[in-house]
Design a protein around this ligand. Sequence first.
Ligand code: ADP
Ligand code: MG
Length: 467
Amino acid sequence: MPLRVRLTLWYGTALALVLMIFSVILYAMTARNLRDAVDQSLEETATTAVRSLEERGFLPLINEEELLSQFPELTRIDKFFQIFSPSGTISIRSPNIKQHEVPLSRTALDTAFAGQSIFESAKYPNEPPLRLISVPIMYRGNLLYIVQVGTSMESVGETLHRFLILLVVAIPIALTVSLAGGWFLAGRALRPVDKIAVAAQRIAAGDLSQRLSMPAAHDEIGRLAAIFNNMIGRLDVSFRQIRQFTSDASHELRTPLTVMKGETDLVLRRPRALEDYKTVLESNLEEIDRMTRIVDELLFLSRADMGEVKMESLPVAMKSLVEDIHRQATLLGHDRNIEVVLGTVMPVVVQGDDLRLRELLLNLVENAMKYSYSGGKVEISLLNDGREARLSVTDHGIGIAPADHKRIFHRFFRTDVARAHTKKGTGLGLAICAWIADLHKGRVQVKSDLGQGSTFTVVLPLAHPPA
Ligand SMILES: Nc1ncnc2c1ncn2[C@@H]1O[C@H](COP(=O)(O)OP(=O)(O)O)[C@@H](O)[C@H]1O
Ligand SMILES: [Mg+2]
């Protein structure tokens, strides 16, 4: 059910309930007030009648014409009166009581003997109910007469009836008008939401470059639109990245495949010497190694993206780690005629994963060696400035133009100079380094210029920073 309908229904139900309760209370109070007014008027009339009888000294009991001519208020057409003797028989009664007898009830008689007045209602078929008051007249503790004044409740009934009709007609009208108003307001309030939904559908259909037109108001709807636009923006960026990444990855994997296919095709064209096959197979193995490395690193990065790579969080003594890598790199450098030396190495403990930190440093050292010239020197140093550990790898190789300092951390990005310098490389190493540093709440900084060599510095927070 649409929100607009639901809102209007809720609102209508609540309103109908309120109106109904209100009407019932109003009706009950009106009925009560009207009856009280009748009772009060009866009482006043009865009091007047009693007083006039008392003024006459009760005796001798006058006849009704005499009484009426003397007290015209007793002849008011809307009331009748009767005077009963203590035995309950009628002594006098006004002429306007015609249709039938209105006898004194048992209760009224008993109450009169007790010296009390009483109100009663009486109902006769096909007639509006009567309201009666019976007042005793006492003389020296004895009951002399009972004066009864009565009136028809017809006009009260009519008034209440008219009131009821008014309510029955007015409530549905009020309800209808309010529902129409509620429907209109709900529609107005929800229109921007509808607009957003339509626009969102257009965007969801494919075009992520589109944005919602922002409403001027900074209300809930405005915020919703802003958040939505922000989300689309981020989706747009990450979709672009994924597309770029996929195309880069395919390209990187295609190159070695093309090489392998070309060489294999060529060597198979005609019979060759055993040496030739061997050369091609060796070259193919190199390409296979390269592809294996790309796939491994890709797998690692995609698992890292999904949060599936486990990270220890233990104190790691960086000094011995640096010394280990130094030993490892010295061996590698031997073959390539590159010297790896240790600069200042201070003892530092950081919190993290020993294996990952090794991988990080090894990546940087390998890069430094790879992008050095033959006979070059690579220096590793570890500083502790009391707040952070600074692990640096410096080389004097090809260097990186400042414009590329950010991009070298992107997946698959390799500078043209680097590509010219060596075929080896996947462009994924630094992306992995940045990811590892990030998980250690650290960062990787670059200081480099083209042809001047580079310094990569990993800044890591200490395990127990001094307070
Ligand atoms: N020490 C360095 N000297 C010069 N260029 C570097 C150095 N380290 C990284 N780079 C540049 O950054 C790019 C990305 O590095 P990396 O992600 O490790 O990829 P790869 O080592 O496979 O080329 C390299 O291709 C190179 O262009
Ligand atoms: Mg690398």
